[in-house]
Every structure is written in C-alpha cells, then in structure tokens.
Design a protein around this ligand. Structure first.
Ligand code: PEP
Ligand code: MG
Length: 598
C-alpha cells in the first residue's frame, strides 16, 4: 500500500477534480461450503432458496426503480437483465430437483449452477469486452442471492460520513444507486472501461471517475488523501502539499470556469468581427440530451451509435433504434442531431462475430471497421439507415458515415441509403426526403480526396482522433507511443486545411468532431482554418464558445496561415501560446494555460 506519493494512471471517464480521503471497499466472492442435508430438510431447503430468490428480485426491483427515477430509464434496464435471469426456469428450476436428488444445501447448488452459467456465457462470447462486463453482472447476481441465502450483507458499500472517494474493485450496476449518496464525490475502480455501465452512470451523474486502475484497492489505503483527476485519468495517492495546492488551484479554476463560463453558454458563438460558427455536442445516449441543453450546445454534431449496440448485446431492431433516435431528435428539435452509422471494429467492440476484433485481425484499426462492415453486411446498415430516416420525421436529423477512405466506398454506402429510402417509401413510412448525408474525414486519403468526395455529400466532419493516428501512424490507444500522437503536427493541420478548402469549393460545410474540437488550445487555430462547426463533449462547449466570442476571425485566420508554414508541433504550440497571451482575455487564457501545465 502506498505510504508515499504515488501516481496511478487509469481511464478518465468523467471530468472534474476531487481532493478527498479514500473510502476503500475491498471484497471478494462469498465462500460457499458444501453441506449434506437430510431428506427431512428438503422442503425447508427449497423454501429457503425460493425465499432468497424472491428477496433478491424484490431488492433488484427496488434498485431498478430508484435508478429509473434518478438516472434514467436506460441505465435501469441493466437491472432488468438480472431480474430476467432469476426468472429463467432453465437455470432456477433444476435446483429444486437437485436439492432432493443430491441432498445438498441450496448455497452450494446455486453457486455451482451460476458458475456453470458463467462458464457457458464466457465460452459463447469469448473475448468480447462488453460481455466481460456482463460477467461481472453475473457474479454480482450470484453474490446477491448467496448473501440473501446466508443472511449476510455483502452488497452494502456503506455510507462514508464525510465527502470521500469511493475506491472499489468493481461497481455493479445494481450498486450504482450508492453513488447518489452525497458523500461519494468521486469514484475509482479496478475494472471497467470507457463504455462500461459505471462509466455511463458517472457521466450521467457528473461524478468524476477514473476506472481501470489495477489493484487500486491495494495501492490506496483507506482514509489516505487522494487527488482524482477525471479528465486526465490520474489518481494521486498521498500527494504532498505542493501537489495538493497545484490541483486545488486547477480545481478552483475549473469550477470557476464551469460556473463563470456557463453564463456564456446561452450566447451565440460569434467572433468580435461577426463570424458565426456552430458549437454542438458529442453524445452517446439519450440521457445526455440534458447536458447538451445545459451547456448550450446547438444540437448534436456526433451521436456515436455504437454504444446502443453494445448495450443491447447485439444489433437492436429497426423499431428500437428508430425509437431512440426519434427520442433524441425530438428532444433537441429544431437543432440538428447528426447520427453516425455504427463504428464498430478497431478498438471498439465487434459484436457481429460475437468476438473481439483484435482476436480476429492482426491490425484491427486498419481492418474490418465502421463503414467497411456496413458495406459487407448491407442489411445491417440499411436497417440502421431506415431507423434514422424514420427519426427524421420527428426532428432535424442528419446522417454521417464513418471511416470513408475512397469514393467507391462512399457511392456504395449512398446506394444502401437510397435502398433504405425506397423501402420506406414502398411501405408508406413517413420520413424527411431531404435528410442530409455527410461523411467523417478521418482517414488521410479522404482528406486528400475531399474535393471529389464533397460532390456526393452535404457536409464533412473531421474525426481528428483517427485522422491523427492514421496520418502519423500512431495507435491512439497505445501508451508506448503516446508522445508521438501529436494533435498539432503540421501534417494533420494541413489535411484539415485541405478538407476545408475542398468543402468550400463545393459549398458544403466542415465540422470537427474529434477531441481537438473541445480542446480550448485548438479553438483559435480551428476557427482560423475555416472550421464551421465544433462538436465536443457538452462540458467543453462553454469554454470553446468563450474563446470564439473573444477573438476576431481575421486574427484567427492570420494565426492559422502562419501555423500552416510550421515544420513541427513545437513551433505550432509556440505560436498558439503567444496568441492566447496576446489576444484572449487573461481569465480565459489562464484557464487554458493552467490546464496545460499540470
Ligand atoms: C474521431 O475519430 O475523431 C471520432 C470522432 O470518432 P471516434 O473517436 O468515435 O473514432
Ligand atoms: Mg473515428
């Protein structure tokens, strides 16, 4: 356990800085002892099992209701899956027979049955990231029933009596209501990735969280002081006073930035000399619509639909998809919602084969991903396009294809889009015939061919996350080459410029929906390069807006022109630093500067 300062790196899934004592919850599985029972005890053993199952279902229903009321209907559905499993006659009924046949105690038989279910489950979904998550849910369910059988309180996290950082191996969905406890001000877990249930729930509740720190419950002592930086995915254990002061400053500034700049969030994003751009938000779930409104984004510039597929454990029906897209479009109308067709593969989940793409392909980022899957399996893509088109009758919806790398591919995708329209027409289903199509520019070839691609679409949205990795040949998720992942490399910036120029020649607009759009250091540069739309996480909308409102477009253009001549990222950042010092009001520049220093 760390006595001295230790910096732990994990996955930051919800922004914000917290400095508080750790509240560490360690726990393992419940030990089950095999016991023989007499024939006379069979009935009471069966009764004990039914009671424990009934009690578990009641507890889960209660939790479900609380989650639905406080976090939303969607996260509550996670609990439904657990309730359904306990009503599965194939799993539960044999246990009643086994009690009589084997004359063994209910705990033993139930635990054995569940370990078979989990083993079966893992075999049929080998390597699938989301289903590993589901494995946790199955263990959670097993422990909950066992605790009820044995009369122990295994699931209670307890209530810290002062503001604390919950440090826990894993937080099951059924336990997420515990986060409503006001004294849990941040979360650190050993397991869970950016798309895990807990990531989604912390984001919805806006509780800073860092997930995936291995052995966090061993490395962090109960009650020890920790700094949780949910933005950078860092946890500092036993920080010295200097470090605390530094983060305290950063936290104050970020808090002030949130409240101060929030006031600006309802103002239009117009430069001093009257150039108007659009700032929209990137979201993944209907629950995030509230954040889009709160932070003053003008609609959604990127709706990542993969998460819907991940949550569903498969491809949701056209009906289900149409319902979700319509709900979002309707809530944000008249603002646009740009729905990106599924981008699975790469480092994201590949459900179609029930397996993880890294297992199937040596180079998944260069492999079977996104639109490539849609073209190979046109039925899936058509189903999604029909669902999106149906939502176009309920709000302002646009469609975007990911990972386009050549014109043939785009034409094929458009062919599938036309088929989708025809099918809906044939069946008399209402949709907006003028629904606009756009593409992501995230492969260098697409940026270079932008003037050709522009003829077929109504807008471009630059996916800088991938454009950087493909231009610089640096895996965006590999820590070993993280320093080579240069967001400000002039090669990337020139591709952005080429894209904008090509779009303007065809009178279409260009947005950026990669992380760079929400990086305040990049705002002047992107503005000067001619970006029309900035789409970023909702929380960053006000800051980007405040920078745009405090500069002249002509100044941003001159800065971008100068930057395009640079030979290195270092030079680019030097020019930007100077620009922020000279052109941006001190309070805003300070926030940007300090955010970079730590
Ligand atoms: C991008 O690549 O910049 C992007 C927005 O898409 P994703 O991060 O989902 O790959
Ligand atoms: Mg991408």
């Amino acid at each position: 356990m760390a006595r001295y300062r230790e910096i732990l790196k994990g996955i930051g899934v919800c922004d914000g800085i917290v400095i508080a004592p750790a509240y560490v919850v360690r726990r393992g599985g419940i030990d089950v002892v095999e016991k023989e029972i007499s024939r006379a005890e069979v009935d009471s053993e069966r009764e004990r099992l039914s009671r424990a199952i009934r009690k578990t279902v009641e507890q889960l229903e209660f939790i479900r209701e609380r989650i639905a009321k406080t976090v939303g209907e969607k996260p509550a559905e996670i609990i439904d899956a657990q309730i359904v499993l306990l009503s599965d006659s194939k799993i539960i009924e044999p246990l009643f027979e086994q009690i009589e046949l084997e004359l063994r105690n209910a705990e033993f038989l139930f635990a054995r049955q569940m370990s078979r279910v989990i083993e079966e489950f893992l075999k049929s979904h080998k390597g699938n990231e989301f289903l590993i998550q589901r494995e946790q849910d199955l263990h959670d369910l097993t422990n909950r029933v066992l605790a009820n059988l044995m009369g122990i309180r295994h699931h209670l996290i307890g209530n810290p009596d002062k503001a604390s950082v919950l440090v826990i191996p894993h937080l099951a969905p059924s336990e997420s209501v515990q986060l409503l406890n006001k004294n849990i001000v941040a979360v650190v877990t050993e397991r869970g990735g950016a798309t895990s249930h807990i990531a989604i729930i912390t984001r919805t509740l806006e509780i800073p969280a860092v997930l995936g720190i291995s052995e966090a419950t061993k490395k962090i002592g109960d009650g020890s002081r920790v700094i949780v930086d949910g933005h950078d995915g860092v946890v500092i254990v036993n920080p010295d006073d200097e470090m605390v002061a530094k983060y305290d400053e950063k936290r104050k500034i970020l808090t002030a930035r949130r409240s101060g700049i929030l006031k600006l969030s309802k103002m239009p994003p117009v430069t001093i000399d009257g150039h108007r751009v659009t700032i929209s938000a990137n979201i993944e779930l209907p629950e995030q619509v509230e954040l889009v409104k709160k932070y003053g984004a003008e609609g959604v510039g990127l709706l990542r639909t993969e998460i819907l597929f991940i949550r569903q454990e498969g491809f949701p029906s056209e009906e289900k998809q149409a319902e979700i897209y319509s709900q979002i479009a309707n809530l944000l109308s008249p603002h646009p919602v740009i729905i990106r067709t599924f981008d699975i593969g790469g480092d994201k989940l590949f459900l179609y084969s029930g397996s993880n793409s890294r297992e199937l392909e040596p180079n998944p980022f260069l492999g079977f991903r996104a639109i490539r899957i849609g073209i190979k399996y046109p039925k899936l893509l058509k189903q999604q396009l029909k669902a999106i088109l149906r939502a176009s009758a309920k709000g302002n919806v646009k469609i975007m294809f990911p990972m386009i790398s050549n014109t043939e591919e785009l034409k094929k995708a458009i062919g599938i889009f036309d088929d989708a329209k025809q099918e809906l027409q044939k069946n008399g289903v209402e949709f907006n015939e003028e629904t606009e199509l756009g593409i992501m520019i995230e492969v260098p070839s697409a940026a270079i061919l932008a003037r050709h691609l522009a003829q077929y679409v109504k807008f471009f949205s630059i996916g800088t996350n991938d454009l950087i990795q493909y231009t610089l040949a640096v895996d965006r998720g590999n820590q070993n080459v993280a320093d080579l992942y240069q967001s400000y490399n002039p090669a990337v910036l020139r591709l952005i410029k080429e894209t904008v120029v090509a779009a303007r020649m065809s009178n279409i607009w260009t947005g950026v929906c990669g992380e760079l759009a929400g990086d305040p250091r990049a705002t002047i540069l992107l503005l000067g390069l001619g970006i029309d739309e900035f789409s970023c996480v909702p929380q960053n909308v006000p800051l980007v807006k405040s920078i745009i409102r405090s500069i002249k477009y002509t100044d941003a253009q001159s800065i971008a022109d100068e930057i395009l001549q640079c030979e290195s990222q270092f030079e680019v950042l030097e020019i930007l630093k100077k620009a922020y010092n000279e052109l941006i009001p001190k309070d805003i520049a300070g926030i940007v500067g300090i955010a970079n220093q730590i």
